[in-house]
Design a binder for this molecule. Structure first.
Ligand SMILES: *[C@@H]1O[C@H](CO)[C@@H](O)[C@H](O)[C@H]1NC(C)=O
Ligand SMILES: *[C@@H]1O[C@H](CO)[C@@H](O)[C@H](O)[C@H]1NC(C)=O
Ligand SMILES: *[C@@H]1O[C@H](CO)[C@@H](O)[C@H](O)[C@H]1NC(C)=O
Ligand SMILES: *[C@@H]1O[C@H](CO)[C@@H](O)[C@H](O)[C@H]1NC(C)=O
Ligand SMILES: *[C@@H]1O[C@H](CO)[C@@H](O)[C@H](O)[C@H]1NC(C)=O
Ligand SMILES: *[C@@H]1O[C@H](CO)[C@@H](O)[C@H](O)[C@H]1NC(C)=O
Ligand SMILES: *[C@@H]1O[C@H](CO)[C@@H](O)[C@H](O)[C@H]1NC(C)=O
Ligand SMILES: *[C@@H]1O[C@H](CO)[C@@H](O)[C@H](O)[C@H]1NC(C)=O
Ligand SMILES: *[C@@H]1O[C@H](CO)[C@@H](O)[C@H](O)[C@H]1NC(C)=O
Length: 502
C-alpha cells in the first residue's frame, strides 16, 4: 500500500490523472445502497463480500435505519469495513483505512468475540482483539462490541468505533486527548492540547506543523490544572463543546445552526484541504454549517509547493518566471527532499528570493530574531533542515521553514522577504492538468455545486481564463492512497444517489 506521505514526491500530473480516471470509474459504477441487515451480530457471524455488489454491502443496521455497517467497495477491487450514513451514502467511520482488504471471496469478516477482517492469503488484516458477545450499531452510528455480564442487565462495552474516529465526528460523539482525526489523504490531523484544539500538517515525514489553534475561551468554566485533559463533544444543538471534567463547557465553538435544533445529523470532518468543517444533513444534501478556516489563503497549502496565495487575487508562483497556468509551480521531480537525509542533493540547490511574502499562520511558526536579512538567510543556508526563511525587516523576525516549501502568503509589503531553497533546474514542466484556486470558493456558491458538498474533489470553472478546471480540494496535490480514493468514491456516491432517486 502506498503511504500518502511518500506520494509527496510523485508527479502531481500522474496523481491527477489517476483521480480523473478513478472519478470516471466511480461515476459509471456507483449505485446506491441496496438490501438490509439485522440489528445485532452474534459470535457465529461471518460474511464475505458479494462480487455482484458494486458499492456497499450492509451487514448491520441501526434501529433508526439511518446508519449501516458493512463492506464498502472502492477502486473496484478494495474493501474497507465502514459505517455509512445511509441517506447520503457517506462513510462516517472506517475500520481499516490504511490497510485495505480485497473485494474478493478470499476476504472474510467474522465476529468471534473480536471483529476480524481476514484474508486467506495474508491472514488477519485488522481485529478489535476483544472477547465480546455481540456487535451492535447504535442509533448515533457508534459500533460497539458488548459483553453480557451475568450480574448485570446492561452489557459492558468492550470496544467502540467512537474511540477510533477516522476523519469524522458525529453529534454526541466525544473526542478525547488520546484521539486523532486524520484527513482522508493522511496529510492533516486534529489533536487536543492542554487547552486548545490544534490542526497539524505533515508536509514531510519529519514535520508536524501546527497551522490552526483554537484556545478555549473559558467563559463559563475554567480549565483547572490537575483536573485532567480536555475533550470535545459535537453537540446536537449546533456547536462543538470543549470540556474538562465538568459538564459546563470551557469553550463553545458555535455553528450556523447554533441552537436551531435541526433534525438532520450533524457531523464535523477534517477535510483533505486541511480545513475543519461541520455539516448537517438537510434531508437531501449536506449543508455547510461551520468552517474553522474561512479564507482560502489561510489554509495550510492552498496553491501547492512553491505557490503564493494572495488574498483577493488567488494563486501564483513564488518564482515570478514560472506561471501557474499549467497548474503547479514546479514540474514533476523538482521537489526538494530533506537535505539532511539526502545530502547529495545539496549540490543541486539554488536559491529563490521573493519580496512581499509572508509565512502563513505566522503566529504558530518558529522564528529567530536576526538583525538583518543576510543573517536570516545565512542561518537558513547553513542548516540542512531549513528549506526556506522569511524575514520581516520591521520586526527582525526570521521565520524558519523546517519542512518542504508549501504555499506562502502574498503581501503588499516589500520589506518582507523570502529566501527559498529549491532544486537546480526546477522549472515548470509540461503537465496534463492543473489545480487552481478560486478565492472565495470556501465562502460561496461553489459549495452547493454538485448536489451535496464537495467531499473529495469538485469542479470549478476558472472564469478568468475561460478554462474549465477541476479543482481538487486537496489543493496541495500531495496525496493519493486509500483515503484519497475513498474521498472521491464517496463523493461520487452522493452525486449518483441523489440523481437516481429523483
Ligand atoms: C436496513 O437498512 C436498509 C436501508 O439501507 C433498509 O432498507 C432495511 O429495511 C434495513 N433493515 C433492517 C433490518 O432494519
Ligand atoms: C486500485 O488499487 C490498486 C492496488 O492498490 C492500484 O494498483 C491501482 O492503481 C488502483 N486503481 C486505480 C484505478 O487507481
Ligand atoms: C478470533 O479469530 C482471530 C483470528 O483468527 C483469533 O486470533 C482469535 O483468537 C479468535 N478469538 C476468539 C475469542 O476465538
Ligand atoms: C436512540 O436510542 C436511544 C436509546 O438507546 C433513545 O433514547 C433515543 O431516543 C434514540 N434516538 C433516536 C434519534 O432514535
Ligand atoms: C461523551 O462523554 C460524556 C461525558 O463524559 C458522556 O456522558 C457521554 O455519554 C459520552 N458520549 C458518548 C456518545 O459516548
Ligand atoms: C474534576 O477533577 C478533580 C481532580 O480529579 C476533582 O477534584 C473534581 O471534583 C472533578 N470535577 C468534576 C466536576 O468531576
Ligand atoms: C521578478 O522579480 C524580480 C525580483 O523580485 C524582479 O526584478 C523582476 O522584474 C520580476 N519579473 C517579473 C517578470 O515580474
Ligand atoms: C536547524 O534548523 C532547525 C529547524 O528550524 C532547528 O531546530 C535547529 O536547531 C537548527 N540547527 C542549527 C545548528 O542551527
Ligand atoms: C530595514 O530596516 C532598516 C532599519 O530598521 C532600514 O534602514 C531599512 O531601510 C529597511 N529595509 C527595507 C527594505 O525596508
Amino acid at each position: 500500500m502506498e503511504r500518502p506521505l511518500n506520494s509527496a514526491t510523485h508527479p502531481i500530473s500522474t496523481r491527477f490523472l489517476f483521480l480523473l480516471i478513478s472519478s470516471f470509474l466511480f461515476t459509471s459504477t456507483w449505485p446506491c445502497i441496496e438490501a438490509a441487515a439485522t440489528q445485532e451480530l452474534l459470535t457465529s457471524f461471518e460474511a464475505t463480500p458479494n462480487p455482484s455488489i458494486p458499492s456497499f454491502q450492509p451487514l448491520l443496521n441501526d434501529s433508526s435505519g439511518k446508519f449501516s455497517f458493512g463492506f464498502l467497495r472502492f477502486n473496484s477491487t478494495q474493501l474497507a469495513l465502514a459505517v455509512l450514513h445511509v441517506p447520503s451514502s457517506e462513510p462516517l467511520w472506517l475500520a481499516n483505512p490504511t490497510t485495505l482488504a480485497r473485494w474478493s471471496d478470499s476476504t472474510k469478516v467474522f465476529f468471534n468475540g473480536s471483529l476480524v477482517i481476514a484474508d486467506s492469503r495474508t491472514k488477519v488484516f485488522w481485529s478489535t482483539e476483544t472477547q465480546g458477545d455481540q456487535l451492535v450499531l447504535l442509533n448515533n452510528s457508534n459500533l460497539q462490541i458488548q459483553k453480557n455480564l451475568d450480574n448485570s442487565n446492561d452489557p459492558t462495552v468492550l470496544w467502540q468505533s467512537f474511540d477510533f474516529p477516522t476523519n469524522t465526528l458525529v453529534e454526541t460523539q466525544n473526542f478525547t486527548s488520546t484521539m486523532t482525526l486524520i484527513s482522508s489523504n493522511g496529510l492533516y490531523s486534529m489533536r487536543l492540547g492542554s487547552d486548545f484544539i490544534g490542526l497539524y500538517a505533515k508536509f514531510d515525514s519529519n514535520s508536524d506543523q501546527i497551522y490552526w489553534k483554537h484556545k478555549a475561551l473559558q467563559a463559563k468554566a475554567r480549565i483547572i490544572e490537575g483536573n485532567g485533559p480536555i475533550h470535545l463533544q459535537v453537540n446536537s444543538d449546533g456547536w462543538l463543546g470543549m470540556y474538562q471534567n465538568g459538564t459546563t463547557p470551557v469553550d463553545v465553538e458555535s455553528f450556523n445552526s447554533f441552537q436551531r435544533s435541526l433534525d438532520g445529523l450533524l457531523m464535523v470532518r477534517l477535510e483533505p484541504d486541511g480545513n475543519l468543517k461541520a455539516y448537517y444533513w438537510a434531508g437531501s444534501s449536506w449543508v455547510l454549517d461551520y468552517q474553522a478556516i474561512r479564507e482560502t489563503c489561510d489554509l495550510p497549502n492552498p496553491c501547492g509547493s512553491y505557490g503564493l496565495c494572495t488574498p483577493g487575487s488567488g494563486c501564483s508562483c513564488l518564482d515570478n518566471t514560472t506561471e501557474l497556468s499549467s497548474g503547479e509551480c514546479l514540474g514533476s521531480g523538482s521537489y526538494l527532499n530533506n537535505l539532511c537525509t539526502d545530502p547529495k542533493t545539496q549540490n543541486d540547490i539554488k536559491v529563490l528570493r521573493r519580496e512581499g511574502v509572508e509565512v502563513p499562520f505566522k503566529e504558530l511558526m518558529n522564528y529567530e530574531t536576526t538583525s538583518s536579512l543576510e543573517e536570516c538567510e545565512d542561518s537558513c543556508e547553513k542548516n540542512c533542515s531549513c528549506f526556506g526563511a522569511v524575514y520581516n525587516n520591521a520586526s527582525g523576525f526570521c521565520y524558519i521553514l523546517d519542512y518542504p516549501v508549501q504555499t506562502l502568503l502574498g503581501v503588499a509589503d516589500d520589506s518582507k522577504v523570502g529566501y527559498f531553497k529549491m532544486r537546480e533546474g526546477a522549472r515548470k514542466k509540461k503537465v496534463d492538468a492543473g489545480l487552481g484556486v478560486g478565492i472565495g470558493l470556501l465562502g460561496g456558491a461553489a459549495i452547493c455545486l454538485i448536489g451535496a458538498i464537495g467531499f473529495g474533489s469538485y469542479k470549478i470553472w476558472m472564469s478568468k481564463r475561460g478554462l474549465k478546471r477541476i479543482l481538487e480540494e486537496e489543493t496541495g496535490g500531495v496525496m493519493s492512497g486509500p483515503y484519497k480514493d475513498l474521498g472521491s468514491a464517496s463523493f461520487r456516491s452522493i452525486e449518483m444517489c441523489s440523481g437516481s432517486r429523483r
